[in-house]
Design a protein around this ligand. Sequence first.
Ligand SMILES: Cc1ncc(COP(=O)(O)O)c(C=O)c1O
Length: 365
Amino acid sequence: MPQSPVSAVPATTRHAALGAACGLVHADADAFDADDYLRRILTARVYDVARETPLDLAPALSARLGHQVWLKREDHQPVFSFKVRGAYNKMASLPAEALARGVITASAGNHAQGVALSAARLGVRAVIVVPQTAPQVKVDAVRAHGGEMVEVVQAGESYSEAYDHAMALQREQALTFIPAFDDPEVIAGQGTVGMEILRQHRGALDAVFVPIGGGSLAAGVAAYVKAVRPEVQVIGVQTEDSCAMARSLAAGERVTLDSVGLFSDGTAVKRVGEETFRLCRHLLDGVLTVDTDALCAAIKDIFQDTRSLVEPAGALALAGLKQYAAGLPQDARQALVAITSGANMNFDRLRIVAERAEAVEAAAR
Ligand SMILES: Cc1ncc(COP(=O)(O)O)c(C=O)c1O
């Protein structure tokens, strides 16, 4: 039995403190209807716009870590992240009158691209509020995917401020809000990633690592995996400076962070969703936190095995997987999956990533 991670607890006591510290108890079934999410995920409409992405073995990493490491390649989506799944599933589920009035969303960037592509595909008008700190590559992509159907508004420093602005516009213009994470249809759309992993990997599987921002990917993947193969661990991963889910799980209630680190901009969320928190609390086996250096090293690892560059949030799961693997017995030889969730990185970030990855390697020599 591997040691289990818990975040928001000092690393030295993390493993011993599982459950007691975070209250992550599977048997606690109060008001959680697993069949409801299983049904929603199995019937989710995502493949009009999303692809079934590959689950690739990472040979160099597997040899280095002594475990089978698999990468679920959501960086292969047409918008270079999984977010199009939840966005499309939500929009496709709306009544015709709501679609005709138009939709609005707030997003750090990747959900915005998902809404933009979905709006263009469904022929729906969309207003998209993006924080001023969102990488230009994401803002440009929103415009490119949405074309004439999409109006981009830049407002606020963080996702939370962009969200407040979007809520005000939504009331003024009677638009339908498409949440970035806190919605059952969005969660179910993201849950199709978990469905694909289990379809693609029929053999022994020990754990799936999932990056967490607002929590929709973790909630959806956990809902599917725990319903179908409950023995598989589902472990969330956050950055140390943006760990609202870890802190909330430790507190037993949603916690709002005063500030969040922006290096992993895709997961820079001050407060997780109510529904995502509920699901993660029931279903996750734990949440690990990693620092920026570990993220940069994971970006390089992914590059070395795939020749693809992922964004910081896209490497979070692998950084967590590596931390977890380091705590396993040498001969454990586990099968571990990390979701590489996105690849929308500004090119000028590469210098920092390369420098930090180099520093991590030098320190390890
Ligand atoms: C690349 C990437 N990974 C992970 C996440 C986190 O997803 P969630 O908000 O569903 O936790 C996001 C969110 O936008 C993202 O863009």
